[in-house]
Design a binder for this molecule. Structure first.
Ligand code: C5P
Length: 225
């Protein structure tokens, strides 16, 4: 029989980049592939969870058994996450744009001969992970964030965990020489209240399977208290 330790649990997963419009034809974006978040959504579904995957623009199919909600901007991602609540688990794997253009132009910005290039004023986007981590009746029992760091990975990730108010942080070393950013493999440190745990390098699917297993163990332990 299939093991379904997360049966009856609802998991919310964010994945992919966000696109922040400049005008009807242009946007600000980043290089996130969405791969790690999609794998996590699939791994949680495989353990019996009902999964809502809120995804920015990527070209990946919805994993089996996952309800996919496609969004474009950070504001839309936050709204879709709020809509999906309540959830028992939130995993924020999305690479949310830190800023959006203050005033999206409703018409295409034209290049006028001899005119100076436009200056884009930016405003900060909402922090979805911090918002989902805020104590209250809607807070998921387990909130997991990600941290991409290039140095002092464990220390910076532990500080991020405290700052965001989430329960766990999955930290990875994205220095170019690691080949992790945009690649198929990942090498992560799991930061919890109990400290830091270095996992061996493995492919992103295996990271997802391990993380889903840890999440299932968290709920199994909770049930037995
Ligand atoms: O602050 P930083 O971007 O380094 O934090 C990364 C973590 O926060 C990731 O889990 C990411 O999904 C989440 N995040 C978010 N909303 C933002 C920025 C980051 O949910 N606006």
């Amino acid at each position: 029989p299939r093991a379904t330790p997360l049966a009856g649990r609802h998991a919310l997963v964010t994945a992919g980049p966000t696109h922040e419009p400049i005008d009807p034809v242009r946007y600000l974006a980043n290089r996130s592939s969405g791969r790690q978040g999609y794998e996590i959504a699939g791994a949680l579904a495989a353990l019996g969870a009902r999964v809502t995957l809120v995804s920015g623009p990527v070209d990946l199919p919805a994993p089996p058994g996952v309800a996919l909600r496609r969004v474009e901007t950070a504001s839309q991602m936050l709204a879709a996450c709020r809509d999906a609540l309540p959830a028992d688990i939130a995993v924020c794997a999305a690479a949310v744009a830190d800023w959006r253009v203050a005033q999206e132009a409703t018409r295409k910005i034209k290049k006028a001969q001899g005119a100076p290039p436009p200056v884009l004023a930016l405003v900060p986007n909402p922090d979805i992970l911090a918002e989902l981590s805020t104590p209250g009746p809607d807070r998921p029992a387990l909130v997991v964030g990600f941290a991409a760091e290039t140095d002092s990975v464990a220390q910076h990730a532990a500080a991020k965990r405290a700052r965001k108010g989430c329960d766990w942080i999955v930290a990875n070393d994205v220095r170019p020489e690691t080949g992790i950013m945009g690649g198929m493999e990942n090498e992560v440190i799991l930061i919890t209240a109990d400290g830091a745990e270095q996992w061996p390098r493995m492919d992103k699917r295996a990271v997802a399977t391990h993380l889903a297993g840890r999440i299932a163990a968290f709920f199994t332990a909770q049930r037995s208290i």
